[in-house]
Design a protein around this ligand. Structure first.
Ligand SMILES: [Zn+2]
Length: 377
């Protein structure tokens, strides 16, 4: 049977790759699929053409063509590292530098695995907790003071009142020697453990992070970042240089096709401090939650998450028996996360080729990841 004779219409079913990273949940993806808990962590389900895990057509086994974006369902059972992603010129330069130096692609000290930037957006499927972008400088100082350890007060008092002050503070924290780092984290954890901080969100966050990453300086760096809890449907957009960490929850993540991560804490992995300080954007992020636009007609709601990048845009399409139609201008991915849309069930995806007319039908939630046409929504 041709893949085009079923209810998928012009879409072709594709097979993604599950990444078993240690921080992954054993239950979140499985429960979306109606399966029992998995044996190991299932951190991310990838749909896209990244060379490290390209998706294949289910019917033929052939690898799909190049796409400018990568679609993931991300299931964080434990906090991920504090990280940032390079802009396009930093990625090109960093990749060329590491290639020229002969650092193997899979080496633990390798930072640039490809030459592309990696703007990303994550949209919550369940309540989703994250750290996203720097707090304003005064807020960082007041958070440090509020936890009142001698060391933190010294850092807060010395904090320059400009974005460059933020970069400098991050450099100081990550540059501490092993003993100073250990005593700073230990004194912070001691304060956060006091009964008087039992209802303090920031203190409780430090304790939770410390459970997963004992002694990690990231427990202090976390205090510099906005702490957000997204309701389902809410999103954060991570532009180049945004410092962030996903703490827990299930979400749909779409990004430029890249795996370039520059780490800054909450990780046993290599931290390249000079490169991190070079890549970060120290400008405080005043409004971390991304505002989508909504288009609703009887039986169809489309929530449009269109960040200011040319690589991708994402629509969440909720169908209540009506049909949603469009013409694909470039190759696209359609992913189901709820109910049944055409023939797709939750976590299943299909590729739509450029020029095809799509008619989505059913009762459920589908996500459309596509490349926006300049000047047109
Ligand atoms: Zn990221």
């Amino acid at each position: 049977m041709s893949p085009k004779t079923n209810n998928l219409g012009p879409m072709e079913r594709i097979v993604g790759t599950i990444q078993p990273y240690a921080w992954g949940s054993k239950t979140a993806l499985a429960s979306l699929q109606g399966k029992p808990e998995s044996d190991g962590p299932e951190a991310e389900l990838w749909y896209g053409s990244h060379p490290s895990a390209p998706s294949r057509f289910q019917a033929t086994g052939a690898v799909i063509g190049d796409l400018p974006f990568l679609v993931k369902i991300l299931a964080a059972g434990a906090p991920l590292s504090i990280q940032t992603h390079p802009n396009a010129s930093q990625a090109r330069a960093g990749f060329a530098r590491e290639e020229a130096a002969g650092v193997p692609l899979k080496a633990p000290t390798r930072t640039y695995r490809d030459a592309n930037h990696k703007p990303e957006i994550i949209i919550a499927l369940t309540e989703f907790e994250a750290l996203c972008g720097f707090r304003p400088v005064d807020e960082i100082a007041s958070v440090f003071h509020s936890l009142g350890t001698v060391h933190l007060n010294v850092f807060a008092d010395g904090l320059g009142r400009t974005p460059e002050g933020i970069r400098e503070l991050l450099g100081l924290l990550l540059g501490l020697g092993a003993n100073d780092r250990a005593s700073l984290v230990e004194s912070l954890v001691r304060v956060c453990s006091r009964p008087s901080f039992a209802a303090n969100d920031t203190a409780q966050l430090v304790l939770r992070l410390h459970e997963f990453y004992p002694g990690d300086i990231g427990c202090v760096v976390a205090l510099m970042l906005n702490h957000v809890t997204l309701a389902p449907g809410q999103a954060i957009f991570l532009a180049a240089g945004n410092v962030h960490a996903y703490i827990g929850g299930l979400g749909v993540e779409v990004m430029a096709t890249s795996d370039n991560v520059v780490r800054g804490g909450l990780t046993p992995k290599h931290i390249d401090v000079p490169e991190l300080l070079h890549v970060i954007d120290p400008t405080p992020l005043l409004h971390p939650v991304f505002r989508p636009t909504v288009d609703a007609t009887p039986g169809v709601e489309t929530v449009m998450y269109h960040p200011p990048v040319h690589d991708f845009a994402v629509d969440r399409i909720t169908l209540e028996g009506a049909t949603k139609s469009w013409v694909a201008t470039h190759d696209e991915i359609v992913l189901c996360t709820e109910g049944s849309v055409n023939d797709l069930l939750p976590t299943q995806a299909a590729l739509v080729q450029a020029g095809e007319h799509v008619h989505l039908r059913g009762r459920g939630v589908a996500w459309r990841a596509f490349q926006p046409v300049p000047g047109r929504e």
